[in-house]
Design a protein around this ligand. Sequence first.
Ligand code: KIV
Ligand code: ZN
Length: 506
Amino acid sequence: MDRVIIFDTTLRDGEQAAGGTLNIQEKLEIARQLERLGVDVLEAGFPISSPGDFDAVRLIAKEVRTPVICALARAHPDDIDRAWEAVKQAKHPRLHVFLSASDIHLLYQLKKSREEILEMSRGMVARAKKYTDDIEFSPMDASRTEPEYIYQILEAVIDAGATTVNIPDTVGYAIPAEFGSLIEGVFQNVPNINRAIVSVHCHDDLGLAVANSLESLKRGARQVECTINGIGERAGNASLEEVVMAIKTRRDFFNLTTNINTTQIYKTSRLVSELTGFSVQPNKAIVGANAFSHEAGIHQDGVIKMPITYEIMDPRTVGIPASSLVLGKLSGRHAFKERLAELGYSLSEEDFNRAFTAFKELADKKKEITDKDIESLIAEELRTGSEVYHLDRVQVSCGDRGIPTASVKLTTADGQVLADAALGTGPVDAVCKAINRLVGVPNVLTEFTVKSVTEGIDAIGEVLIRIESEGVTYTGRGADTDIIIASAKAYMNALNRLLAAKRVAG
Ligand code: KIV
Ligand code: ZN
């Protein structure tokens, strides 16, 4: 088989990244985009971990019909039953069962013997198999486990019904040649391996997740587990866009293909960054702001003469918009709609009308509206679509004399209007305090970042705020040409997410 199965775990391992919590609507939006991207398997969550995760997996299983929808479960009966309950409505459901395999985990964490682990693995795969045919099994911390023991486990779980066996480098410890040998060893030493797909799941603690994944493909693995922008637990997972573009760009070397529609990569990356609040570093391969920009004179000269001189990929293949056509206040509905379509957005009539009003307001303040402005504006509109409290007005007075003062007006979904004012150490502090007086949920602001979307004095400022409440971090974003307003929107967004999570948890 020369096609690689792309297993996306952005919504499960990716969401495990500190501060990366998504609400249910955001998860569904990302899942729909992953479907457009063409992922083969979409790991939607870990249903037993929280009621919110359970609901998200159930909703995605119902709504997203093309990819296999996968739910994660520990090798424990309650986990498996709960995972099945969440994923059973999927058109193509998969249960993914995992259990630690390394002596380090067995000794210090599970306090179980190898025999017990082998038996649990076999028994729990058999239990999952009663629900569905498509079963994946992962011996956790495989890269630090004695290979002979991994072979034994894999043989047992395949006999019990596993159709995919995944080799995780859970702590990102492996080195490509060594990890490749482990994969080769699996093919040589597991007698029934021809009855299962061999998968890999690599973490990036040593910056080797993509290299380890690609080496595994050379040695016969045919499923790669990865995330958009490489987000995930600690240093993250193998980045989907890097794995896919390496396979595509170096077809001569790998002789493999994927089902991914690469022109959706950039849009997916932006969406995940926007909703998780994790910025993409400018020099990030494939999707970073500088990935296709040439600064050195010699390089620019070469690219103008013939792009292939310094460009190994055409930016259009990953969906980076070719034109940087600029709109302005004279642009009408038609031009705006066309630009949205070119950028890959298809909004409902209602969302489009709201976005167009916001576009006109922005055009009054800013002479030229670029693609980046439009992306920021649409993200702002989508954020305010499902709010508990809507920020209606903000008024601030500040300067080098006097005490910064803010008054705010909020509206609720059922039409209540609330207003209050507060003093602060600065204008942003005053705004947050005024909002807190109305919302009344204890929280601590842990991060505050401002960045400008484009150049120029009239640029849109994007603010990212993280707040913590009862040990959980919530991220909020806001965009406006006025950074105090952008901060108020970001704070409101973080609070709305906190409130929505509390409602789900009951
Ligand atoms: O890193 C890991 O081992 C995992 C497993 C659940 C596959 O995420
Ligand atoms: Zn992982």
